[in-house]
Write a protein that binds this ligand. Structure first.
Ligand SMILES: [Zn+2]
Ligand SMILES: [Zn+2]
Length: 828
């Protein structure tokens, strides 16, 4: 792209990147006298393919914000690190026949270089890499603290298993019944013993605090739904002399219960299955797979009788218990009372297996008949066949029946969450080893704190099961308690464990005595502005919130929420409008674009495309236009005559700074750029300009284009980096509102003329050749001043008349339509 005599962006950019690095201007320390501001982007997992355009967008948004807040005088912490453990690296490494450690190291090196090429103002001295023992040691310590506190437990339960990942998954990692990494792979259910973190201990706080967060509403809603609190009644049903507590939101239908359904994944299912039914139940269980809530709605409801009966708490009737495919193990304890007359799923099931249907809620306007029902009556109504509650309205019956159950000690008001504990163990290699030992005598024994970290061994075999099992020196250990032979845990931690607290480690990343110093964290945390994609709404963002609360209760932290504000960037699509993907061949490589056009042009273009929180479509044309604009700016600065600024430019500049600042604060970067381009047009039309005003222009352009602004700031004779200069203040007294108002009027007139030209062309097929403008006498001066500007924009001849001008040309008497600030227009 660079032609002879033009600017070499590459040289300029590399020069300033090196100067920033050498002078360490972005490295920060705690400073009680300065107000802190913590800007953070979700850290990436380093892959060999390097930075993609989504990263470039994400980091540019963050960098602009960080640079802006720095210039506003804040002590800005803006760090970067790598979510370096994880399955993608392990799988890619296996494929490339390389050790995951090597693969990750190479990928990270590449990533860092590419991020530096974008001109990001990170404090690189605070880098955090999760696969380093200096980091994961603290994962292990936190794990043990949680274990001590009862926040970690091991249990056999039905778990999600992905064949392709060859490991179990957390509930949060199952999306619509498929693996979050493998959209084509159905998740299976396996009954395995696994490690869980008791995230549900914080269900209520996680839910109730959402409303206080300055996060996008949709993310807040997603978290609320994920936690999913519902209110109802818990009713005791006796099965085989044992009490089963059954949650329902419809206790008003209690008299209509004709069967019970236990989830196929219920851990206690087998207690209910008797000898006679065992074969059939086993057959049924073999066919099951994990399904999404939506699929659950649509699929055929199936089940098998377990052989057990529950006793109805009020009527004492015997009610058969079925195992069914439509009850989620995670909901309401995994067993429901079925009321076929008033629940559609139960209705379908009852029809299929010829179970009696009993109407207990009668609609207000008609009478139901069991034999004629085509679907369940799920709405409100009047209770019938419900003993002494018959005749009550269903809403009222909910309270009355609950009260009655409470008085008989057969139930109570209750609520229920959809939220489940976090399955945190993985049967994979590239993660933090779980620091416990299994001893035949002592059971589960935590590794002693002084023996941490449990290092991930380098030598393992990949390919058959969990690679860690193949290293005998790792597996065979002495029991920390009794010193007998014992086995080490070979599961590793879900990498979401690593990313649940990395933002704390940035505050004190070199500490080898503790995970972080409490005082340092108190100074920097919480994160003021977090930036990342919406895909983490119900994974990372929930885990990190949980972690913060759990550490607070361990007296390690003294605040309750990690991220005050969250910004979700939109998705950048390929120029064909589709999601960028290799198979569509529409992937744009940011580094190629930087090499061809420069980082400043790329940043400027990314921010011009759309509001950063909206989806946008990549365009090479706009990138070239951004590039040409920046060349124009540089040429201008090299040739500008320094002198005195006109009042007009002072007004424009101050007005723009005012509006631009607001736009940058609100992340309306695209709008800020439009204003900046307009301001530049005015600059270009001035004969001379003050040095200070040129400096102000560079300062506001700086967060978006950090390199060329440093370059020309220096050329203006400044010694300090513009990166650490103050953000320009607005001088309101310089804003000439009358001038601004006049301009608005003229702009509106231009728009009006354009509209008339368009209408005449559409309706009469005529091209306008000449414009006649009729203005009020007192507006003549203004329009005379602007006439050249209007001509240039419209590229047409214009004649201007005062409405009272006797000599005017006005064949259709249009001049009578002129109003204040709104000239009449005639076209020929
Ligand atoms: Zn998978
Ligand atoms: Zn022992």
């Amino acid at each position: 792209m660079k032609k002879k005599g033009e600017y070499d962006f590459g040289v300029i950019e590399r020069k300033w990147q090196k100067r920033w690095q050498d002078s360490k201007i972005f490295e920060v320390k705690e400073d009680k006298k300065k107000k802190k501001y913590y800007v953070l982007e979700m850290f990436p997992y380093p892959s060999a393919t390097g930075l993609h355009m989504g990263h470039a967008l994400n980091y540019t948004i963050g960098d602009i914000h960080a640079r802006f807040m720095r210039m506003k005088g804040f002590n800005v912490l803006y760090p970067m690190g790598y979510d370096a453990f994880g399955l993608p690296a392990e799988n890619a490494a296996i494929k490339a026949k390389e050790h995951p450690a090597k693969y990750t190291e190479k990928s990270m090196k590449n990533f860092i270089e590419q991020q530096k090429a974008l001109g990001l103002s990170y404090d690189w001295s605070r880098m955090v890499i999760t696969c380093n023992p200096e980091y994961y040691k603290w994962n292990q310590l936190f794990f043990l603290k949680f274990l001590e506190k009862g926040l970690v437990y091991r249990k056999k339960s039905p778990v999600n298993f992905c064949k392709k990942c060859n490991t179990v998954l957390a509930n949060e990692q199952v999306h619509n019944g498929k693996c979050w990494r493998h959209e084509d792979t159905e998740v299976e259910i396996k009954h395995l013993e696994q490690w869980f973190i008791k995230t549900t201990k914080y269900s209520e706080e996680l839910l109730s605090e959402i409303k206080n967060l300055e996060w996008p509403e949709r993310i807040k809603l997603m978290q609320e739904n994920w936690i999913g609190k519902s209110y109802g009644t818990e009713i005791d049903f006796e099965i085989d002399k044992k009490i089963w507590k059954i949650f329902t939101t419809r206790p008003d239908t209690l008299y209509g219960v004709t069967f019970m359904v236990i989830s196929a994944q219920h851990p206690r299912l087998m207690e209910l299955v008797n000898e006679k039914q065992k074969k059939e139940v086993d057959k049924f269980l073999k066919k099951l797979k994990s399904v999404s809530e939506k699929e659950l709605e649509e699929m055929e409801k199936e089940g098998v009788f377990t052989g057990s009966y529950a006793i109805h708490p009020l009527t004492k009737e015997k009610i058969p218990v079925y195992v069914g495919n439509f009850v989620v193990a995670d909901y309401a304890g995994g067993m429901v009372m079925a009321v076929p007359a008033h629940d559609e799923r139960d209705f379908q099931f009852a029809k299929k297996y010829k179970i009696p249907i009993k109407i207990v809620i009668s609609p207000f306007n008609k009478k139901l008949n069991e034999k004629e029902m085509k679907e369940a009556h799920t709405k409100d109504g009047i209770l019938v066949n419900s003993d002494k509650f018959s005749g009550l309205e269903s809403k009222k019956a909910i309270d009355e029946i609950t009260k009655y159950l409470e008085s008989k000690n057969l139930g109570k008001k209750a609520f229920n969450y959809k939220f489940r504990d976090w399955l945190v163990s993985r049967q994979r290699y590239w993660g933090t080893p779980i620091p416990v030992v299994y001893c035949e005598k002592c059971g589960i024994v935590p590794v002693k704190e002084k023996d941490l970290p449990v290092l991930l061994p380098e030598k393992v075999k990949f390919g058959e099961g969990n690679p860690l099992l193949t290293n005998k020196d790792f597996v065979n250990v002495k029991c920390p308690k009794c010193n007998n032979n014992a086995k080490r845990e070979t599961d590793t931690m879900d990498t979401f464990f690593d990313s649940s607290w990395y933002f704390l480690r940035y505050c004190d990343n070199k500490n080898d005595k503790e995970a972080f110093n409490k005082e340092k964290v108190r100074y920097w945390m919480p994160v003021n502005q977090y930036i990342g994609g919406a895909e983490h709404a119900c994974m990372h963002l929930i885990y990190a919130r949980f972690f913060t609360k759990a550490l607070r209760d361990l007296n390690i932290l003294d605040f309750k929420e990690p991220f005050l504000k969250l910004f979700n960037q939109g998705m950048l699509h390929g120029s064909d409008g589709n999601k960028m993907s290799k198979s569509l061949g529409n992937v744009i490589n940011p580094i190629e674009k930087i090499e061809k056009f420069s980082a400043d042009s790329l940043r400027f273009n990314l921010m011009s495309l759309a509001s950063p929180d909206k989806n946008s479509i990549w365009s090479d044309t706009t990138l070239e236009s951004s590039y040409r604009f920046l060349i124009k700016v540089m040429k201008y600065f090299d040739n500008v005559k320094i002198g005195k600024s006109s009042n007009k430019i002072k007004s424009k500049l101050n007005k723009t700074i005012k509006e631009f600042t607001k736009d940058i604060e609100d992340f309306n970067y695209n709008l800020a750029i439009i204003k900046l381009r307009a301001l530049f047009d005015y600059f270009e039309n001035e004969k001379e300009i003050e040095k200070e005003d040129l400096g102000k222009f560079l300062k506001i352009l700086h967060p978006i284009c950090p390199h060329i602004t440093e370059e020309f700031w220096g050329k203006l004779g400044n010694k300090k980096f513009i990166s650490v200069e103050d953000w320009p203040k607005v001088d309101e007294s310089k804003i000439d509102e009358r001038l601004e108002q006049e301009e608005k009027i003229v702009e509106q007139t231009i728009e009006d003329i354009k509209n008339i030209i368009r209408i005449i062309k559409e309706r009469q097929g005529k091209e306008a050749k000449k414009i006649f403008l009729y203005v009020l006498p007192k507006e003549v001066e203004l329009y005379k001043k602007e006439i050249q500007h209007i001509k240039t924009i419209l590229n047409l001849e214009i004649e201007l008349y005062a409405v009272n001008d006797k000599t005017k040309y006005d064949p259709e008497n249009k001049s009578s339509k002129a109003k204040p600030n709104k000239p009449a227009i005639y076209l020929e």
